[in-house]
Design a protein around this ligand. Structure first.
Ligand code: BT5
Length: 330
């Protein structure tokens, strides 16, 4: 949405039942036919705008679209989301946020899209990103920390997504699955991808990509057994702008706490309390192989602790974790 369209929207949100095209045109120094074109664009974006030849235009329904116009008024943040770069369609918000960073975008810049043609997961996997229903966004961060601490940001984001969900959909019980999944009823409803550009002792930037399945009434065939949406779990529509703002608000609070503290201390308790893994048999897979055992929590550095059948405690910094049936740990 361009700046003038956003200003037309702002005027229509001003509380009047109707506002004439002439009045809008006068306030923005544009012609009545230009006003009409902006109204048409807003309707195309999902806003319910009625028109009457005598009275003008009236806003009757806002769009469930995570654009800056809808999200910004709901933010309580200082930096995160203060610039929102919204697109109807992109290949990947993470790819675009990385480009924005190289062009000098400020910390806290958020790239959001309604649809992704090449949404990505970890290790080159694909993130299904159909239009009109979900959240796909990337947050640019430039923390002044040791590169070894960067993976902790995925845990920070997981807690922030969990807290945002709890604020917006308190009736949907979600769990966090180390390191980067949010589950509802054992199925994945959100995923996090933390991509960083670092030097030996310095972090240039981190792009924190988050995908949440929100209002879909189904999931792609290949994901039937493993994924769900908030709509399927809770039976009703969720406001995408409200959910995005809630996640960004929580993310800034958690991120600031992490920087100030110099540790994960503040989030570990939340992570553990809502963990989908603790005390459960798991198989964790990473580059070095597969570890089977019982999940026993997270270390202060954010590593997963697995107790193997011979009683050893293995710490994992990264990997994919699968829950096993009760007898599966041995
Ligand atoms: C993730 O990877 O879970 C990270 C997903 C991050 C997506 C966001 S969207 C905005 C930003 N821009 C991007 O391009 N990416 C980020 P991983 O743990 O590797 O999980 C990927 C696996 O989840 C896939 O191999 C599928 O099995 C499954 N999957 C794919 N799409 C899904 C979806 N929409 N919902 C649930 N599961 C999905």
């Amino acid at each position: 949405m361009n700046e003038t369209t956003a200003r037309v929207l702002e005027l229509l949100k001003g509380g009047h039942e109707y506002l004439s095209g002439q009045e809008i045109g006068r306030k923005l120094a544009i012609s009545r036919s230009a006003v009409w074109k902006h109204v048409r664009e807003l309707r195309g974006a999902g806003y319910g705008i009625v028109s009457s030849p005598k009275k003008g235009y009236g806003l009757r329904a806002t769009a469930n679209v995570p654009s800056a116009a809808e999200v910004t008024p709901l933010l309580t943040t200082r930096s995160i989301g203060r610039r929102i770069d919204y697109h109807a369609a992109v290949d990947s918000t993470n790819r675009l946020a990385g480009d924005r960073a190289r062009q000098g975008a400020a910390e806290g810049t958020v790239v959001v899209a309604d649809e992704q043609s090449a949404g990505r997961g970890r290790m080159g996997r694909r993130w299904e990103s159909p239009p009109g229903e979900n959240l796909y966004f990337s947050v640019l961060l430039t923390p002044d920390v040791e590169p070894a601490r960067v993976p902790q940001l995925a845990l920070i984001a997981a807690v922030a997504v969990h807290e945002g969900l709890a604020a917006c959909c308190p009736d949907i019980p979600a769990q966090i699955k180390w390191p980067n999944d949010i589950l509802v009823g054992g199925r994945k409803v959100a995923g996090i991808l933390c991509e960083a550009s670092t030097e030996a002792d310095r972090v240039h930037r981190v792009v924190l990509g988050i995908g949440v399945n929100v209002n879909g009434v189904g999931v792609p065939d290949a994901l039937q057994a493993t994924a769900t949406t908030l709509r399927l779990a809770g039976g009703r529509e969720t406001s995408r702008p409200a959910l995005l703002a809630a996640i960004l608000n929580r993310l800034e609070a958690r991120y600031d706490g992490w920087l100030l503290d110099g540790s994960l201390r503040g989030v570990l308790e939340a992570f553990e309390r809502h963990s989908a893994l603790n005390g459960r048999p798991v198989a964790a897979e990473n580059r070095t192989g597969v570890v089977r055992g019982v999940a026993r929590g997270i270390t202060p550095a954010g590593e997963l602790i697995i107790e193997t059948k011979d009683g050893a405690l293995v710490h994992l910094l990264a990997g994919d974790v699968h829950l096993l049936p009760p007898e599966g740990a041995t």
